[in-house]
Design a binder for this molecule. Structure first.
Ligand code: SF4
Length: 1003
């Protein structure tokens, strides 16, 4: 039975009113509020303990407005949440300054630094751990401060009243001398502290208490709230006095609506507040009566458990609705689809105000993604707090933070490219160039870095671009853009600025803002909804007007703080007009709100009820002592929220996943099971319509030529190898030119280390040739020759690698590995000389024209061309020549190459090129009759000088014939435009860029 609104009397104490939190609760509450307005002839002040039902209460007041209201109460009563009411306290701007979370964390940080004993106690392994700890300490200190609030409350009210009396009828609460208030606080804290410290046993909490003693300040939220309450009370007292003088009506009545169960400490604080308020104006305390709504005894929470049980059973039987549906899904995806389909069905039925309770946040998120396909006619409002850190705006900022925190040599290529590829970057602004001129710049840089295997370091990146320039000059292809150097220089200077910055909070913030401006990111972020919010979050780091501005802090700590704050921020999506609205919210947010249908996902025994993480420092027992929220209270609250939802909402669908991820059966929540035992309520399996279709498995990718696709007129040895490896890949990379690395040939060791080795070996052999003319002993004295070779090779290696090492110190390892190879390499060279082979020339561009017939039988030519590493000639017969290819790899790999020479006939190409068209190259008069690979990473682990490193092509004349015939056939097939299939062993596919196009793995 609904209780009528009480008749208000001048009894100077709060009057109680209970309402039943069912579907008509809002209307009943609204009628009561209007009743209060009528009785007092005043516009009441309605304060809700939580903000969720605000809009619902206002709407209900509008709907239940009485006819013929006198003009002074015709306006809607003021409805406000408790938090907003405190914020709106008279003179709030004069209160002790409100601190942002960030300032409070920094305060903790500064205190930890000051007190060494605390530092040693609260040491956290990582920086982000330290900030997490600071957050936990702030929370725990707030709990402690709230715990002493009731004691302080009386004193503050007394103190302000005295102050008030002394200051001639003015509301002076805000002008209370801070030091006096702080002294009051300190004495209370000291008193309470000793009492508490005696009661707690564990050391950690003792240290926390000590910490609290050091840091408790009048600007803490718990104490600011006390000032706010006192200010409101003083104001109302002032109004009352004024009105008594003027014979005017009383101060405004207050209606306090307890929308959620308060913690005992909140109950105490609010109880005192209402009592004091009641001295000046009527006060009605509205509570919820769960007797007719609770579906389980714990939701009713009656003293008499038997009676509660009977009542709960009766409620369940009475309220059971045909529109409660219990739906089981076996898998995650099925559950998300079932949720989406259920919501879709409600929309089809014409409902426009729906809710999705995200008891399982992952499923809710997936269902949301599915529902977004419905388009703009459904407005999805996520109240569960989408994390800002998951947006691409935050990822873009993060890519910059990663870059500036790179070690002094420079970032990794991955970090660099991640930043450069972020969509908020404005390259044109950054380089002061036309946007048009910057198109393709990043792809070009990526190509160069990938091809030269430049893994990290500014110097390495510079060398890679220089290397690309050299290669382009050699092959007469387009030079890399000059803007690449400017780009690197710009970033390097920014990075350097951070490295040399003596970081304090203010300087770091200022420099970050300058960077974001200079890279054009600020302007781009402002145009993005998440970007705008991110910039707002960054503004909280502007501590220029606070005492924390000059806190010196390690750069890594500041970065970690920045990331922690962004991680904790939520992203609010912009609301938009739509035909229907779906609110995604936690269970607690459904309290006293109207929805036409609610879908709850995650109703399994593991997720319903859900408990918040217990505070880091307090056990449940200690929480009880501090009178804060305990697990038992959260349990009761959720039982009530679910009861209220089931009882008041016309359509509720409860969905759960009946099998856990590891295949174990999962039951629905115990609350649902208990209801099932009492009433006839069966779960239904998901009924997603199965769509049948003919499977059409994909087949191996095959490229068919476009008629007007230009055919190649030249081919490098590596391109031919690609054609042999996988025709489809050749088609994609070489014919279509998709992300082709123009400057470097695959197979040619394009890494900077490989290039350097080739370069220094050429230098070494040229020097040897020169030296032999001036120092004849080098030819005759083998020991002297060996020593000279080893020393020269070592010296050249040091010199050639120096620049690389400057860019990336890790290259030192590569140099040292190579230097260990030098004695064995020299030994091999001497052996080769003993066999009569003498160095002739290195890095020689050679090629030949291959004749073939096209599809119409016309004779055509294709140029096969490349750079041979080295040619030797024989001392006894200078007509005889040999070609060598260095491989910066192990000898075993070289042997594998030799076994498949026809698929990788690089050496045979160089041999044929040297023997044909001699008038156009240096090999005139020589015939290559021998070819070998030389491994630059021979196995010298056993300390042998004579480690095997060279592998000659076996049966050269026969191979040359076979290769020539095969190559002609392959080129003829290519020119005949036969379909090109995608086939290659996994080893080739592993690093293939065309995989996404040929879709290997799907067929
Ligand atoms: S992934 Fe393998 S099969 Fe596909 S194109 Fe690349 S090499 Fe050929």
């Amino acid at each position: 039975m609904p209780q009528p609104f009480p008749s208000l009397s001048d009894q100077k104490q709060p009057q109680q009113w209970v309402i039943t939190p069912n579907a008509s609760a809002l209307a009943e509450l609204a009628k009561g509020i209007w009743d209060c307005a009528m009785q007092t002839n005043q516009r009441p002040l309605v304060v809700l303990s939580t903000a969720g039902p605000l809009i619902g209460v206002r709407a209900a007041l509008e709907q239940n407005r009485r006819d013929g209201l006198p003009s002074n109460i015709a306006f809607l009563p003021q409805v406000i949440s408790f938090t907003d009411w405190l914020e709106a306290a008279p003179g709030a701007w004069k209160f002790p300054k409100k601190q942002s979370d960030l300032e409070r964390w920094l305060g903790i940080y500064a205190t930890l630094r000051k007190h060494k004993n605390l530092q040693s106690w609260f040491k956290a392994e990582t920086e982000s751990g330290a900030w997490g700890l600071a957050q936990a300490i702030v929370e725990a200190c707030d709990t402690l401060s709230t715990a002493i609030s009731p004691q302080l409350q009386k004193q503050i009210h007394e103190f302000t009243r005295m102050n008030h009396a002394n200051q001639a009828e003015q509301n002076k609460i805000g002008e209370v001398c801070l030091s006096e208030a702080q002294a009051l606080l300190d004495s209370t804290v000291a008193k309470v502290y000793s009492g508490m410290a005696r009661k707690v046993v564990d050391q950690e909490t003792k240290v926390l208490l000590e910490f609290w003693r050091y840091t408790a300040s009048v600007s803490d939220p718990a104490f600011r709230n006390q000032f706010a309450m006192a200010a409101h009370l003083n104001a109302i007292e002032a109004v009352k006095k004024l009105n008594q003088k003027d014979q005017l009506s009383q101060a405004r009545p207050l209606i306090w609506v307890e929308t959620a169960d308060p913690t005992p400490i909140d109950q105490e604080i609010i109880g005192d507040l209402l009592n004091e308020y009641a001295q000046h104006a009527p006060v009605v305390e509205v509570k919820m009566d769960w007797r007719e709504v609770g579906l389980w005894p714990e939701a009713i929470a009656s003293e008499d458990s038997e009676q509660a049980k009977a009542q709960a059973l009766a409620n369940a039987k009475r309220t059971q609705s045909e529109d409660w549906r219990l739906i089981a899904a076996k898998r995650f995806e099925e559950l998300a689809w079932a949720a989406a389909k259920t919501i879709e069905q409600h929309l089809i039925e014409g409902k426009t105000n729906l809710a999705l309770v995200a008891q399982d946040r992952l499923v809710a998120r997936r269902a949301r993604a599915l529902l977004s396909r419905l388009g703009p006619s459904l407005n999805i409002r996520d109240e569960t707090g989408w994390k800002l850190s998951t947006t691409r705006a935050a990822a873009a900022l993060n890519s910059w933070l990663e870059l500036i925190k790179a070690p002094k040599d420079g970032p990794s290529a991955k970090t660099l490219l991640e930043f450069l590829q972020n969509p908020f970057l404005n390259l044109g602004k950054m380089l002061n160039r036309d946007t048009e001129a910057c198109i393709g710049l990043i792809a070009e840089l990526e190509d160069i870095l990938v091809a030269s295997k430049a893994e990290s370091g500014w110097k390495t990146f510079h060398l890679a671009i220089e290397g690309a320039q050299d290669n382009a000059a050699k092959s007469s292809s387009a030079l890399p853009s000059a803007a690449l150097f400017e780009l690197l220089q710009f970033l390097r200077e920014c990075h350097h600025e951070w490295l040399t910055l003596k970081v304090d909070c203010n300087k770091a913030y200022t420099l970050l803002q300058i960077n974001l401006q200079a890279t054009g990111m600020t302007q781009s972020l402002e145009k993005d909804s998440a970007g705008k919010q991110l910039l707002e979050v960054l503004k909280t780091f502007d501590l220029s007007k606070t005492q924390h501005r000059e806190i010196s802090i390690r750069f890594s700590e500041w970065l970690s703080l920045l990331k922690t704050v962004i991680e904790g921020a939520s992203y609010q999506e912009a609301g938009k007009e739509a035909q229907a609205t779906l609110s995604i919210l936690p269970l607690s947010s459904t309290r006293m709100r109207d929805f036409e249908a609610v879908v709850v996902v995650g109703c399994d025994e593991q997720q319903l009820p859900a408990y918040s993480e217990p505070p880091l420092f307090f056990s449940d027992a200690l929480n009880q002592l501090l009178k804060t929220s305990t697990i038992a209270m959260q349990f009761v609250q959720q039982a009530r929220d679910l009861s209220q939802l089931l009882v008041s909402c016309p359509n509720v669908d409860l969905l759960w996943q009946s099998k856990s991820t590891n295949g174990e059966p999962l039951r629905p929540s115990a609350w649902i099971q208990r209801l099932q035992n009492q009433i006839k309520w069966e779960a239904t399996p998901t009924q997603l319509k199965k769509r049948s279709f003919e499977a059409a498995p994909m087949e191996m990718a095959v490229a068919h030529f476009e008629e007007d696709l230009p055919m190649p007129l030249s081919m490098s040895p590596s391109a031919y190898k690609a054609l042999r490896d996988c025709p489809y890949r050749y088609y994609v990379r070489s014919l279509l030119g998709l992300r082709k690395n123009k400057e470097f040939d695959e197979g040619f060791d394009a890494s900077l280390a490989g290039q350097t080795l080739h370069k220094l070996l050429k230098r070494f052999y040229q020097a040897l040739k020169t030296q032999e003319h001036t120092n004849l002993a080098l030819k005759t004295n083998s020991e002297q020759r060996r020593t000279w070779m080893e020393q020269s090779l070592n010296r050249y290696s040091e010199q050639e690698f120096a620049a690389l090492i400057e860019g990336d110190a890790r290259v030192m390892g590569t140099l040292r590995d190579w230097q260990k190879q030098i004695p064995s390499f020299v030994d091999w060279q001497l052996q080769r000389e003993l066999a009569g082979w003498q160095y002739f020339d290195g890095e020689v561009k050679v090629g030949f024209d291959l004749p073939f017939q096209d599809a119409d039988g016309n004779l055509k030519m294709i140029r096969i061309e490349g750079y041979a590493d080295r040619y030797d000639v024989h001392v006894d017969d200078s007509k005889r020549a040999s070609v060598i290819d260095y491989k910066n790899q192990r000898f075993e790999r070289v042997k594998v190459r030799a076994a498949h020479i026809l698929d990788d006939p690089q050496l045979l190409i160089y041999a044929r090129a040297a023997n044909e068209g001699q008038e156009s190259h240096k090999l005139r008069g020589h015939q290559v009759e021998q070819a070998e690979w030389v491994a630059l990473k021979a196995d010298i682990s056993k300390g042998e000088q004579k480690a095997a490193r060279s592998q000659a092509v076996a049966d050269m004349p026969e191979m040359m014939q076979q290769f020539s015939a095969q190559m002609t056939e392959d080129i003829e097939q290519l020119w005949a435009k036969k379909p090109m299939q995608a086939f290659a062993p996994e080893g080739v596919c592993q690093y293939c860029e065309a995989r996404g196009i040929c879709r290997k793995g799907i067929w």
